[in-house]
Design a protein around this ligand. Sequence first.
Ligand code: NAD
Length: 428
Amino acid sequence: MSNTSFNPYEMAQEQFDNVADKLDLDKQSRNFLRDSLREFNFAIPIKMDDGTTKTFRGFRVQHNDARGPCKGGIRFHPQETVDTVRALAMWMTWKCAVVDIPLGGGKGGIVCDPHDLTAKEQERLCRGWVRQMSKNVGPLTDIPAPDVMTNAQHMLWMLDEYEAIRGEKFPGFITGKPVGMGGSLGRKEATGYGVIFTVREALKELGIRPEDTTASFQGFGNVAQYAIELYHQLGGKTVCVSCWNQKDQTAYSFIREDGIDLAQLQGITDRFGGIDKIKAAKLGYEIQGGDAWIEQPVDILVPSALENQVNEETVIKIKPSVKILAEGANGPTTPKADAVLKKRNIFVIPDFLANAGGVTCSYFEQVQCNTNYFWDRDEVLGKLDQKMTSAFIAVSELAKKKKLFMRDAAYVIAISRVAQACKDRGWI
Ligand code: NAD
C-alpha cells in the first residue's frame, strides 16, 4: 500500500507552499519556514545481548521554536528516514500553533524494529539516543515524547539517562511518562479522544447524530483504540479496523458488519497494535487485505497508522457513503488524493488538527511536571476537550468565512501564527 518513492518532506513542503501562496507570504518567511531550523543525524552503537555491537541511526529535527521549545515524538521504525522526520517536525510546528500551545515543532527517530530487540537492547538504544542528544534537548529547548512503536517505558529510560547526565531532576524533559512517574492522567487516551472530539464537532456541523454513523479505522494502536473507545461511547459503530501483521509482513483488515467488540479485539492484540489473525477468525471477524479498511461503506474513515495511505491509488476506493475523513495518523493523505477529497466534498479533519490531542496533553503533562502538581483525569480530559473544540471551531469558522477547505484553513491559522512569531522576534 505504501509507495516507496513517496517522500513525506516533499509533501509537507508542497502543502506549505500552497498555503504560503494563499497567504501571500513574503519570500524570506517562505524560505525560512519551509526548512528545518536545526537537524541532528547520528550513530548509536549498542551492545546487543549476544555480546556483539550493532550501530543504529538516530535523528532529531527541530523545525521551528519561535513560539516555544520544540516538541515532538521519537519513532522506532525500520523504514525511518531523515525526510520522514523532517516532515513530521514541520507538521508538529503547525500542530502546536493550530491548537495555540506555546511550543514549536520537533521530531526524532531511530531506524530499528523493536520487534527484533529485547527489552534490555531497547533500553540501551533509548539511553544511547539521549547520550547523543543531551546537550540539545531539555525542558526549555526541546521536549521529546512517544510516537510509533515507542511507549511510556521508553520515555522513562530516556528521562533517567538525561537526569543521570545532568545530575538533577528534570521531569519536564520528556512527556508520555508512566503515571506516577511524572506522567499525566489522560495522556494515553489523549490523541484518540482528541480525534473524536473533532469528529463530534464535525458531525454537529453536518447535522448528523453520532449514533447514526459507522466508521472504519486503519491501524489498531494507541490512537485508533482510544478513538474507537470514545466513538463507541458517543454511540457510533466501528465495522472495520486494520493492522500490520509482523509474521506475514503484510496488513490485514478485520471486519464485522454489526460492529467490532473493542474489548474483545484488544484482548487478542499485542502491544504494537497487531491483532492475532487466527484468534480473530475464530471470533467471527471477516479478514480481508490491508486496503479493505478504505473500501468500507461507512460514514467516517479514520486513517490511524502511517503516512501516504490515502493516495492516488486508494482514494478512488472510498465509497460514496463517506462524509468525514478524520486523520488520526500524521500525513496519511497525499496532495493528489486531497484534491479528489475536495472534489467529492468529503469533510477532512486534517492531521495536525485531528491528532493534536496528544501534544496538547503532553503540554499539560509538562505544565504539571514543572509545577509539581498533578491534575485528576477529568480535569485533564476536560481541558483537552476545551482546547480541541475551540481549535476546531476556529478552523471551521475561517473555512466558512474564506471559503477554504479545512486543511487550508488550519494551515492558514498555524502558518500565520508561526510567521508572526518569527517576525516579532526579529528573525525575518
Ligand atoms: P501505534 O504504534 O500504537 O499503532 C500503529 C498501528 O498501525 C498498529 O495497529 C499497527 O499494526 C498499524 N499499522 C502499521 N502499519 C500498517 C499498515 N501498513 N496498514 C495497516 N495498519 C498498520 O501508533 P500510534 O501511536 O497509534 O500512532 C499512529 C499514527 O498516529 C502515527 O502516524 C503517529 O505519528 C500518529 N500520532 C500518534 C500520536 C500518539 O499520541 N500516539 C499523536 C499524534 C499522531
